[in-house]
Design a protein around this ligand. Sequence first.
Ligand code: GLN
Length: 188
Amino acid sequence: MVRIGVLALQGGVREHAEMLKSLGAEVALLRRFDDVDGLVIPGGESSTIDRLLRIFGQREAFAAALRDGLPVLGTCAGLITLATEIEDPAPGQEGLGVIPMRVRRNAFGRQVNSAVERIDTAYGTVEAAYIRAPEVLSVGDGVEVIATKGGRIVGVETRSALAVSFHPELTGDTTIHARFVEKVRVRN
Ligand code: GLN
């Protein structure tokens, strides 16, 4: 059985935990770094997640493990957290530099414009919820685009990381999580 950590500082932690358990993974809710087989960084508010990682002195431990190839799934704020470059960061906010990409926060409008849509991904159609979702503006070497929405990049993948702008954990669609658990299993 693989043990997957969900970063539990802020945001939609419980929905990810339940989805991972339904796929047969053991789940650990992490406020501090721990030795896990994979990590999920949930949606929420990326600047708050960044600030809390710093306040609790955990930013470097997570960043080092992720740069070292720990498999990771980031959704929405989690995608922003994994980026090398944030176009419009909150004051002091920086990505962990795990996926070479430039992102723009809140690229699809305000909370009131939130929507559930079916979108095509490399792994099939996914029921996706968008809540103040980010857009990936450009990607660097080794990054594959796995989902687009109206021509704009909303999903990317590298050898170890998977990141999407939307919230698959809120619609009950397990496509993205199943792919992530498979990535974790292959590495183990
Ligand atoms: N707009 C948020 C941010 O900048 C992300 C929103 C979300 O995770 N649903 O972090």
